[in-house]
Design a protein around this ligand. Structure first.
Ligand SMILES: NC(=O)c1ccc[n+]([C@@H]2O[C@H](COP(=O)([O-])OP(=O)(O)OC[C@H]3O[C@@H](n4cnc5c(N)ncnc54)[C@H](O)[C@@H]3O)[C@@H](O)[C@H]2O)c1
Length: 268
């Protein structure tokens, strides 16, 4: 189904790894809605080769960039400028924590790993926008999005230092959003998505229980990745021009629910 919501719009999509990735679904939906974009991911992710399939299906170029490297990002934006001139949207769909991967408990964090998690999962959002702003590459009313999770607001055991990374990510969206909006009318938001079965999601300790609990404790149930992609498309479109500096929950009502009857029934 296409409504040409993104006809003529150009962008960069970071973070499509395989067909489970939220960014993969965003790329598919953005393409259906008429957008053109560059797909970017870390060199190690590109070596897996799966992104070629998505690039072919969406007529996109792939440009390798480790988001912790300013040099890589400057090269990516140079290629984007040569290809498209100006951009209308950017998706930051990136997260990684070595403390999570190595199952190191939150209270016993390794700080080198902690710094790495902040750099890849949050500070990279600032780095991407800093380069975009310096290059003045975004069109007015352009839209920049990052994906977040409710562990930024609520303590969720197992989410580990990614909770802190998401809190920082959401703060960067607000603060950078102020300056980018004031100076260039560019809007910046985060979408706080339900637990979703992806490579990054699956790495979280207790992910299956978290997924089941959130499913039961949301009046609408967990939001699927493809619906998150639809929300991203809407946020890139001209129908959301005055939405900026927000953390937008896309979670079937989970964030506003204390307790569902379903969960109460389990307790009984
Ligand atoms: N899956 C969930 O339950 C869930 C819920 C809410 C938010 N999110 C967020 O959605 C985003 C996308 O995750 P996903 O669930 O689609 O998983 P995913 O594993 O498919 O995507 C994570 C991506 O980050 C990329 N990445 C890691 N290190 C990088 C680096 N140094 N440079 C560039 N790219 C790098 C990976 O290659 C991968 O493509 C993340 O920000 C994640 O935290 C996920």
């Amino acid at each position: 189904m296409s409504n040409n919501l993104l006809k003529g719009k150009k962008g960069i999509i970071f973070g499509a790894l395989n067909e489970d990735s939220i960014a993969w679904k965003v790329a598919e939906r953005a393409h259906e809605e008429g957008a053109e974009f560059i797909l970017s991911n870390a060199p190690v992710a590109l070596r897996m080769g799966q992104l070629d399939e998505l690039a072919k299906a969406t007529g996109s170029e792939i440009v390798s960039a480790d988001v912790t490297s300013t040099e890589d990002l400057e090269n990516l934006f140079k290629i984007a400028e040569e290809k498209f001139g100006k951009l209308d949207f950017i998706l930051h769909s990136i997260g990684m924590s070595i403390n999570v991967r190595k199952k190191i408990h939150y209270t016993e964090a390794n700080y080198d790993f902690y710094h790495k998690a902040m750099d890849i999962s949050a500070i990279s959002f600032h780095r991407v926008m800093k380069i975009a702003k310096e290059k003045d590459i975004m069109n007015e009313w352009g839209s920049i999005l990052a994906l977040s999770f409710i562990a930024a607001q609520l303590a969720i055991p197992g989410y580990n230092d990614m909770s802190d990374a998401k809190a920082l990510l959401e703060s960067i969206a607000r603060t950078f959003g102020y300056y980018y909006g004031r100076d260039k009318k560019v809007r910046i938001n985060t979408i706080s998505q339900s637990p979703t079965k992806t490579t990054a999601g699956g790495g979280i300790k207790g992910f299956s229980s978290l997924f089941e609990y959130a499913e039961k404790n949301s009046p609408l149930g967990n939001a699927p990745a493809v619906d998150c992609a639809n929300y991203c498309v809407m946020m890139f479109s001209d129908f959301t021009k005055y939405v900026t500096m927000q953390n937008l929950f896309h979670d079937g009502g989970f964030s506003s629910t204390g307790l569902t009857e379903d969960i109460m029934g389990d307790m009984d």
